[in-house]
Design a binder for this molecule. Sequence first.
Ligand SMILES: N[C@@H](CCC(=O)N[C@@H](CS)C(=O)NCC(=O)O)C(=O)O
Length: 372
Amino acid sequence: MATPPILYGLPHSLYTGKVRSYLRKQDIAYRERPPSDPHFTKIVLPKIGRVIIPVIELADGSVVQDTVDIIDHFEQAGVRYTAYPETKRQRAVAHLFELYSAVSLTRHAMHYRWSYLAHQEQFLRDAFGVGGNPERTGATMARMNSYLPMLGVSEDTIPAIEESYRQLLAGLDAHFAQHAYLLGDQPSIGDYSLFGPLFAHLGRDPVPLAIMQSEAPKVFRWVERMHAPDLDRVEYSPDGDAGGFMPGDRIPETLGPVLKQVADELLPGLTDRLEVLRAHVAGGAAEPGQPVTAKPHQRTIGQAETSFRGIAYTGSVQPYTFLLWQRLRDVAGNSDAVRDLFAAHGLSALLEARLPIRVERNDNIEVWGNLT
Ligand SMILES: N[C@@H](CCC(=O)N[C@@H](CS)C(=O)NCC(=O)O)C(=O)O
């Protein structure tokens, strides 16, 4: 029997959740091990060059880090429910949710986990205690907590973040009342990306979970559904049991209010960060072919003065954001259908802005691609 891939990850990890859900839906046999496993420390970590999860180790000993590359690895091998719709509008919307989930919703996820530490400390200590080294537990928790300011979580922005969480829950609840997944009867890369924050933090940590369960039962059910090993759509029409995205490249009308929220929350942060990237590139700091930062664990190239729902904050600028943005734009290409759809939802700037350089991945890190 072939050696199953090993997923190095943890139950409460946002990005592990994204990959685990994908592997389960595709019926891919895998084993999950924590990063405290000695093999991870001795063999895997030196290959990745930094402490990060999830990492997949394949039967031939090669390792893949980054949820995008892990999912794409399995997609290339062929899976039963592809995460990528074939048609342009649906595929662009799937990538829009990929971008929004990583860039915007990590803020909500991290806020609810760490700003309410006193309310959920026992739960978090237990989760972070995997591996059994109490000193390491405290250090990891402190490191995660320290990311709040660069994500834009502060006394000023917290009310806006909480308002945003409730608005998103209401929008998605209305959508999932009609559809099992974002784009029909099977999950897309948008669902897997959204699942990361909505499961590992917001659908699991006691404080945000209670809000989700009491205000958005259909979202809670979608979280459950995303973690199931099948399509788990008992409350919808049995015709959808074979899966499939909506016919005719249709975008469900129920996604309209959510797309508007995505536009309102994503665009200021992205356009302000783009200015920082432009200055970085114009100053000669981005050399094609070279890693985006001096050390693999460094994710940021600077700070941007920006805003979230009209509230000013200073946030970090990560090349990874542009890699996800570029994925969306690569899919949209010159499609009139995508342009019209994005215009109808206030999202045109995502397609019209000029990105000065490409961001690629090489040997499990981001590197600068060609100037554009
Ligand atoms: N872009 C990466 C992000 C992975 C990531 O941020 N993982 C978190 C856990 S959910 C982590 O390992 N963080 C460690 C750290 O930043 O110190 C991916 O998609 O895999």
